[in-house]
Write a protein that binds this ligand. Structure first.
Ligand code: SF4
Length: 481
């Protein structure tokens, strides 16, 4: 995937990846399994990483800004003594303002002991919840969705006999997108919001249960996929095995279609649909919707590759490679050394001159936000001697913000709101440009066991959007200094 944080200018950024394990096997090291799983989920966020291990209610946490490899050292592992339960998290911060205290999992100590929580998604009633809890005396350190959810659970806990009942009731106060993995002293709990915006699945290794954002993390730790957590479901793992609470499961569901296009790893299966096959189908439909005569079809690595293969199969145009992605650029490269976008793109993507010279090329990318990356790609293909360049995009034009956890925030900066497809084609310098239709987008996930969200393309929001903007007063003061 092109999920390279601040140097990926023309794809939306993913938010978070999570993993939790409850071990019922003495030979399973929960910290090692969580560490391994976080590597498999690294594509969902490279801004921070963390693990909490729970040894009978005594919880230890190591987390920091950075990727998994940057965050954990051999000292981290001696700090994280093995426990029966562990929860891990990797994160992307939309405004690049993540601080170590906002990194997850969040570890809280309250009246009923310790609670550690990892979250993916965005609450749409964050401003209202924050105000209400603050007026009730809550003190926030991180101002994250995870912190709010933890406060809601902690404040309700005394009203209910068990933590699992509390979590089920807490969901009634939360609106928007949230998948959560948390551990109380003796339980591992997985939660998926009633719309099911973000994925969450359950696996089993020997007698131990794991919960993860994507099934690729189960494969990485050798766990067998059991099933997806249902939208609205709360799953609880303890010494008696897996239990489920479905009190919040009855509504209309709307899993994020963009997970299939870009966010998830191609080797994951989400709600019954293989991400790889969904991307390939997007390419096939693109070939039907926007056919063109050409000599070679190629993808922008990595998420455009499967769609390019689909286009090639459907059109009969040979599949080839035009662009090589440098996979070894770390966050620090973009943050510390180079500020010019094109300079960064030059290091990130290079053209395979011998493959494209004199050819009519169909090049497939997953999405266009501002158009800068596409323009750069067309430019380097042209400079390498491509005769014609036909850009195809395996999603419809972005026209609306996402309020459910993907960083597509500013409607006025989305290039498809500023110009027609023909004008955009001219702007990026391509010979033709074609986007997947919304109908085509839905059909890539036609076998999904849940309903689907397409709001950033269609404007049809499946759940209420924020009515108030959350403002971090303290962050603003710091910025003014
Ligand atoms: S608005 Fe778009 S990115 Fe956001 S959840 Fe819906 S489909 Fe996904």
């Amino acid at each position: 995937m092109i999920s390279d944080n601040c140097y990926d200018f023309d794809s939306p950024q993913e938010e978070c990846g999570m993993f939790g394990i409850y071990s019922s096997d003495e030979d399973i090291d929960t910290v090692k399994e969580t560490y391994t799983a976080l590597y498999a989920l690294q594509h969902r966020g490279q801004e921070s990483a963390g693990i909490v291990v729970n040894d009978g209610g005594e919880m230890k946490c190591v987390k920091n800004i950075g990727t998994v490899s940057e965050t954990f050292s051999s000292e981290s592992f001696s700090e994280l003594k093995n426990g029966k339960i562990a929860v891990g998290h990797v994160c992307y911060s939309p405004q690049n303002r993540l601080t170590p205290v906002a990194a997850q999992p969040l570890l809280m100590r309250y009246l009923r002991g310790s609670l550690a929580l990892a979250q993916n998604g965005a609450l749409t009633n964050k401003a209202q919840l924050h105000k209400r809890l603050e007026q009730g005396g809550a003190m926030f350190q991180a101002n994250t969705n995870a912190e709010l959810i933890a406060y809601v659970i902690a404040s309700l806990r005394l009203n209910y006999a068990t933590i699992e009942e509390t979590v089920v009731k807490a969901m009634k106060e939360l609106e928007g997108a949230y998948s959560v993995i948390l551990t109380s002293p003796s339980l591992l709990i997985g939660v998926r919001d009633p719309n099911g915006f973000r994925p969450l699945c359950i696996g089993k290794k020997k007698n131990s249960y794991v919960i993860a954002s994507e099934s690729c993390a189960l494969d990485a730790v050798g766990a067998e996929f059991i099933r997806d957590v249902e939208p609205g479901e709360v799953v609880v793992v303890d010494e008696n095995g897996l239990r489920s609470f479905r009190e919040n499961c009855s509504g209309k569901t709307s899993m994020c279609l963009f997970e299939y296009v870009y966010v998830a790893r191609p080797d994951s299966v989400i709600d019954g649909v293989s991400v790889y096959m969904a991307r390939q189908k997007a390419g096939r439909i693109l070939a039907q919707e926007h056919p063109v005569e050409a000599d070679m079809v190629c993808g922008v690595p990595d998420s455009g590759l499967s769609a390019a293969l689909g286009y090639s199969i459907e059109s009969g145009i040979p599949y080839g490679t035009a662009l090589i992605k440098n996979k070894y650029i770390g966050r620090s490269f973009a943050q510390k050394k180079i500020s010019d976008r094109e300079e960064i793109l030059k290091v990130k993507l290079n053209v395979l001159k011998a493959g494209v010279e004199g050819k009519r090329i169909v090049i497939i990318d997953d999405s266009i936000i501002h158009g800068a990356t596409c323009a750069y790609i067309v430019k380097i293909l042209r400079a390498a001697g491509a005769k014609e360049i036909h850009m195809r995009v395996s999603s419809p034009p972005f026209l609306n913000p996402c309020y459910y956890g993907i960083d597509i925030s500013d409607k006025s900066s989305l290039v498809s709101n500023m110009m027609s497809t023909q004008q955009l084609c001219e702007k990026i310098g391509a010979d033709s440009l074609g986007f997947l239709s919304i109908e085509g987008l839905h059909s890539i996930a036609s076998g999904a066991k849940v309903g689907l969200c397409d709001a950033c393309f269609s404007g049809n929001y499946p759940a209420p959007v924020p009515t108030e903007v959350f403002e971090d007063k303290f962050a603003r003061k710091i910025e003014k200094k």
